[in-house]
Design a protein. Structure first.
Length: 635
């Protein structure tokens, strides 16, 4: 009998029971998808600008923002950001002023103002969204955002640079920004705060201008050359580009009224439509605002506007984890989850289909309202959860799984890896296109270790593929080529090297790659070397910015689970690092691990500018890891 069996079973039971209690009547699980204060701040600003009231929502959002302020006056994206985040602090300060719930003389705002000025003021904000909101509301001038002409919307994909070469995430945010910048749109009311005192002197205008010109010259020339090939008069070209940007947005509105299901792009769309002279009461704008309100979620007793819901993702992962823990596919909770997931499989072609010869819908998206943006991670997660049993294996079930598998295989990039949303959006030329920090993560959607590893894990564990299959072989080769010298992999959508390494190793093991391969041995050695003294694992969000592992010097539940799951996948008998880690993880579960480590964001969006705390993760990953441990080493 394994000496940890009783503790592991107790932890698993607690997690499973907690999950079963939280399932919604429709079969889904609806956990909060929590980011920083960005969406809360933007919601307050747009409600005030459009004079829409909703004072209760504004007060609750302002309360959450104020609660997140650090002692030094700043706001941050993660706990160990001791320097503070300028863009987040500007957003918080602006929204609190706009809310009217905090007086400008209040010490909290005074401390925030001192921090902003000390960091160089509004000129030094790094986030594109922050810059756009400040320009839209007349706090900074528009001309600095006009490096990309709106005529780029018309460039054909055959040219070296075109709008559709960008990632879907970049396109859906850039289209409204191009409209706003082109029209230099500004909206203010008598209640708009004045932030002019935060406009400190630009540190070195001549140097900034030189840097922008040297960075932009080759790209601006290519865009200009492409525009000159379009056989239209300049004004006709300009108006057609505006119409193209407008239709691009309108054609991608989801059923709840949001643009592409994201709050961030929806805010921009509303401003862009106002710039195009839509009335504030236009049905598209009204529906968009309702969609934004529908994204309100509860987090620790506070109200928060989620950037999107994570319902499909959470439901698929939870169903899979429960089944790994021993719950039958016939269990009522699993059957309800199956019905929900089957109802959310996509049936329409989206932008993902443009690069494929014979596109066939069949993927799943991230959020409950997502109908046109499937992604590889959500699709493989749904397919893991939809396990056939003799009693329920019917034509609908078979067809859903077959279409999902076909979609996943069709998304493999030429280099052998898998992207998140679209195939072939991996041009290195575009990584410098967007004038913002982290543009290389936003501009393109290349193959990544986490997507490639998790796809291999699905193909090996659920679809029956092994290392000899051509799709798998190419994916495994991609992972081997992209391993870091220290043995780790960089994970794009989680924090960060632990996440990528877990996905890569569990994927390679699922397709039966040799356990003694040097790639695997190096990864195991790296994971063992970064284990914390308490037996857990923890990595800082700062890793995502410096592109090197940065220890958190504390253990988080999800990162501990990821590291352990990778080690369990490799070791035939439990190593000491596994035994110590499993006890630590079980104790976290059994003793309600609380505090900042339980709340630390381990989901990644944009390096330095967007991180997420999945409220589901402290259930999902510990349960799955404990279940895999028990199944392999048992008792």
């Amino acid at each position: 009998m394994n000496r940890n069996t009783g503790t592991v079973e107790a932890a698993m039971n607690r997690l499973a029971e907690g999950l079963l209690e939280r399932q919604s009547p429709d079969g889904s699980w609806r956990f909060c998808f929590e980011s920083g204060i960005l969406t809360d701040a933007y919601m307050i600003i747009i409600l005030r600008l459009l004079k829409l009231g909703d004072e209760r929502l504004i007060r609750r959002l302002a309360s959450r923002i104020l609660d997140k302020q650090r002692p030094g006056g700043s706001w941050t994206w993660y706990h160990d950001d001791d320097e503070g985040h300028l863009s987040a602090t500007v957003e918080a300060y602006y929204a609190l002023l706009y809310s009217g719930t905090v007086d400008q003389t209040d010490e909290a705002l005074q401390k925030a103002k001192r921090f902003i000025i000390a960091k160089g003021g509004l000129h030094n904000v790094s986030g594109l969204l922050t810059k756009v909101i400040l320009a839209v509301t007349g706090q900074v001038p528009w001309p600095r955002f006009r490096q990309i002409p709106i005529e780029m919307m018309l460039l054909p994909s055959s040219l070296p640079i075109s709008f559709h070469d960008l990632s879907s995430y970049a396109r859906v945010h850039l289209a409204p920004v191009l409209i706003l910048a082109d029209l230099k749109f500004v909206i203010r009311t008598e209640a708009t705060p004045d932030l002019s005192e935060l406009l400190t002197a630009d540190p070195d205008p001549a140097l900034r201008k030189h840097e922008q010109e040297s960075r932009w010259f080759p790209f601006a020339e290519q865009i200009k050359a492409g525009i000159q090939k379009l056989a239209l008069l300049p004004e006709e070209l300009h108006q057609q580009a505006l119409r193209r940007a407008e239709s691009y947005m309108l054609d991608r509105i989801e059923p709840n009224g949001t643009l592409y299901s994201y709050a961030s792009s929806t805010f921009l769309m509303i401003y862009a439509l106002l710039a195009l002279r839509y009335d504030a009461n236009h049905p598209v704008i009204r529906n968009a605002l309702q969609g934004l309100k529908s994204l309100a979620g509860e987090t620790d007793g506070q109200q928060h506007i989620q950037n999107s819901s994570s319902t499909v993702w959470d439901t698929a992962l939870i169903s899979h984890a429960l089944q790994a823990a021993g719950y039958s596919a016939e269990h009522p909770a699993i059957a309800r989850a199956d019905a929900y997931l089957l109802s959310r499989q996509h049936t329409k072609l989206g932008d993902w289909s443009l690069g494929l010869d014979h596109p066939l819908p069949g993927g799943w998206g991230f959020s409950d309202v997502n109908t046109i943006i499937p992604d590889v991670d959500d699709t493989t997660a749904a397919l893991r959860a939809l396990r056939a049993t003799p009693a329920r294996f019917g034509p609908q079930f078979r067809e859903a799984r077959d279409r999902g598998l076909h979609w996943v295989l069709s998304m493999q990039n030429r280099d052998g890896g898998w992207p998140a949303f679209e195939k072939g959006k991996d041009s290195a030329l575009l990584t410098r296109l967007l004038p913002v920090d982290g543009a290389e993560a936003a501009a393109i959607d290349p193959s990544s270790a986490d997507l490639t590893g998790r796809t291999l894990e699905y193909l090996g564990s659920e679809a029956g593929f092994d290392i000899a299959h051509p799709f798998v072989r190419r994916g495994a080769d991609w992972l081997i080529r992209h391993q870091k010298p220290d043995g780790s992999w960089y994970g794009r959508w989680g924090i960060c090297y632990i996440y990528g390494t877990w996905a890569a190793i569990t994927g390679l093991m699922a397709v039966r790659a040799p356990k003694q391969h040097v790639t695997v041995l190096k990864a195991v050695q790296w994971l063992d070397s970064i284990q914390n003294p308490d037996g857990g694992w923890g990595e800082s969000c700062r890793s995502d910015q410096v592109k090197a592992y940065v220890p958190l010097h504390a253990s988080t539940p999800s990162q501990t689970a990821w590291a352990l799951d990778a080690l369990v996948a490799v070791h035939q008998v439990p190593a000491d690092s596994i035994q110590k880690g499993i006890l630590t993880l079980s104790e976290m579960v059994l003793h309600d691990n609380a505090g900042w480590t339980a709340e630390y964001p381990t989901g990644a969006g944009l390096p330095g500018n967007f991180y997420t705390r999945y409220h589901s993760y402290n259930f999902i990953w510990p349960l799955l890891t404990l279940a895999n441990y028990k199944k392999k080493y048992g008792g």
